[in-house]
Write a protein that binds this ligand. Structure first.
Ligand code: C2E
Ligand code: MG
Ligand code: MG
Length: 585
């Protein structure tokens, strides 16, 4: 086989015609591949037996003829141009005619044999049977093997980047625009998981074919990840209309994907995708930057839900940059002891006394000061950092309970929030056990809060873990109740002792009779399951009155106290600060 790197070896001895002749002879006779030699005008001067075998043409029908007899003008233009004038070689797959009629796909390599003076002596064309028909006309660069995706026959990222570079600089010269679409199929792993890898592969091939068909020949589509594709729309001549033009393509792509794909075994699937789009020169002219832009836009599109496309904007970079910076510094937050726990009291509505507290994490950022968990917990969840952070929170809360006990303060229940990932990726039971053991606290004072949506992520696994934790004597609460899609009847199989009503209900309860009715029903049902009801986010006396009337058990909210630092909270416990007791019996 000829490798592009061999080009150098060919270049050097070319001045030596004996060596050149020997090289060509070896190539011709020993090659399993079909070989053609042609001169700079395109006249075939030699061909080997393998070529005759592959194409069915006799050598005498080939030698002395112009290559145009076999290749169309379009192919000649790109292939020979590339080989002769640009790179010195061309590689790719072409459909070539057969003697018996029709065409077949061949992998083709064209090598220009150049003397040092730069004048072209001849072209060596090497043909091998291609395994499958190309979905786009292949043209390869330095790394032929990694340039093509074996599954779909599409270019890979390596080749795509090369083409992107070319397209961007060409567009600049001609004052054209270029559109780059980064596409990620929605939930494609579900196809693999439910229908099997083989059918998944077939589906990907079909997607590749559809994408390739939808583009103009000058455009490029590449497969750049398992279920990720990149599309390059070149030569958009009306720069001002680029957004509209590319949107039209994006919508066309959605339509193509939405057409059902029939798979063996009578399965039919419909796909959708998220797309991130960036334009050059509008969003930049650096190919790497453009790729980054489209990835940024893609992740925004994904966060918006399925079947969504997003154009890149500078604000996205700003958000991405902040996220990235946060992720980096968050990595060391635990080690550098930058996390702190705040405590928010939970008050019994009958006695008015503090009976519990929720531990709420804060990040004491060296530059930014206290950072809200609403800002950094999502990043921690995405990056898996929630695991060490969650463990730190749990251990710190348990130690605090032990400290309060040692100080002789009245014992209260402390709630700790858990993320779904902690159930899925960690031996949570072991961690809880070790925290209890280390601090020696009575498990009944520890209260683990979990949201409905976290439970629903992996019901079976979560239930198993919750049951084991409950068996340790630790309390479990369902957090933010009413915001998810679960129903109490679904949740009665879980060992929850407490239900926390989300504060979104409280906000509207004064003027929304519907919400009051829902809250009343939730409380009644929770009580029938022997659960304590805590209402979150109480801010006004009016809200307090209503919740008392609805027989809610406890409250947590700014009306009594915002989350406070440990010193302040300890002081509150020492003083026995309380809410005026209920007047009702
Ligand atoms: P959450 O578990 O529902 O916590 C209650 C949130 O409501 C707290 O916000 C609290 O400050 C706020 N809040 C309490 N009373 C009121 C009120 O009267 N009015 C208003 N407007 N807000 C009130 P925070 O501390 O910012 O925490 C937000 C969320 O961050 C928590 O919601 C929880 O989901 C998460 N989080 C906090 N700490 C942790 C943690 O250690 N681990 C995990 N996984 N998540 C945590
Ligand atoms: Mg909570
Ligand atoms: Mg909550």
């Amino acid at each position: 086989m000829i490798n592009p790197t061999d080009l150098k070896n060919v270049r050097e001895p070319v001045g030596n015609s004996r060596q050149e002749a020997r090289l060509l002879k070896i190539l011709l006779e020993n090659s399993q591949d079909g070989v053609l030699l042609m001169d700079r005008r395109g006249i075939i001067i030699r061909a080997n037996d393998a070529f005759a075998l592959m194409t069915g043409f006799a050598l005498r029908e080939v030698v002395g003829r112009h290559v145009r007899r076999f290749w169309s003008d379009r192919v000649l233009l790109t292939v020979v141009n590339d080989a002769l004038w640009h790179r010195g070689y061309w590689m790719g797959t072409l459909n070539l005619p057969l003697k018996r009629g029709g065409t077949a796909a061949f992998s083709v390599k064209v090598l220009a044999v150049l003397p040092d003076t730069g004048a072209v002596r001849m072209l060596v064309v090497q043909l091998a049977k291609a395994e499958r028909l190309p979905t786009v006309m292949r043209e390869a660069d330095h790394e032929p093997d990694s340039a093509w995706d074996p599954l779909t026959g599409l270019p890979t990222m390596a080749l795509f980047q090369d083409r992107l570079r070319q397209a961007v600089s060409q567009a600049q010269r001609r004052h054209y625009a270029v559109g780059l679409i980064f596409m990620d199929l929605d939930n494609f792993n579900l196809v693999n998981d439910s229908l099997g890898r083989e059918r998944g592969d077939l589906a990907l091939r079909e997607v590749a074919n559809r994408l390739a068909k939808c583009l103009r020949t000058s455009d490029i589509v590449a497969r750049i990840g398992a279920d990720e594709f990149a599309l390059l729309l070149v030569d958009i001549d009306d720069v001002t209309a680029a957004v509209r033009n590319v949107s039209v393509v994006a919508r066309k792509l959605y339509e193509l994907l939405d057409e059902p794909i029939r798979l063996p075994g009578g399965n039919e699937i419909r796909l959708s995708a998220a797309m991130g789009i960036t334009l050059s020169p509008q969003d930049g002219i650096d190919p790497q930057q453009l790729l980054k832009n489209s990835a940024t836009a893609l992740s925004h599109a994904k966060r918006k839900g399925r079947n969504n496309y997003q154009f890149f904007s500078q604000e996205m970079t700003e958000t991405a940059r902040r996220r990235f910076a946060m992720e980096n510094s968050l990595r060391y937050a635990v080690e550098r002891s930058e996390l702190v726990l705040y405590y928010q009291p939970q008050v019994d509505l009958k006695s008015g006394r503090v009976v519990g507290a929720e531990a709420l994490v804060r990040w004491n950022h060296p530059e930014r000061g206290l950072v809200s968990p609403l800002e950094f917990i999502p990043v921690a969840e995405e990056t898996g950092l929630i695991l060490p952070i969650g463990e730190w929170v749990l251990r710190t809360a348990c130690r605090q309970l032990a400290t309060w006990k040692a100080m002789g303060l009245p014992m209260i229940r402390v709630g700790v929030n858990l993320s779904a990932l902690q159930f899925q990726r960690q031996d949570l039971v072991k961690i809880v056990e070790s925290c209890l053991e280390e601090t020696g606290i009575d498990p009944k004072y520890l209260d683990l809060e979990i949201t409905e949506s976290a439970i629903m992520e992996d019901v079976q696994k979560t239930v198993a873990v919750l049951n084991r934790i409950s068996a340790l004597g630790v309390k479990l609460s369902i957090d933010d109740f009413g915001t998810g899609y679960s129903s109490l009847s679904q949740l009665r199989h879980f060992p929850f002792k407490t239900l926390k009503i989300d504060r979104s209900f409280v906000r509207s309860i004064e003027n929304n009779a519907g919400d009051a009715a829902i809250v009343s029903a939730i409380i009644a049902m929770a009580h029938s399951l022997d659960q304590t009801v805590v209402v979150e986010g109480l801010e006004t006396d009016a809200q307090l009155d209503i919740m008392r009337r609805l027989h809610c058990n406890e409250m947590q909210g700014y009306l009594f106290s915002a989350p406070t630092c440990v010193e302040e909270f300890t002081e509150m416990l020492r003083r026995g600060t309380s809410l005026p007791a209920s007047e009702e019996p």
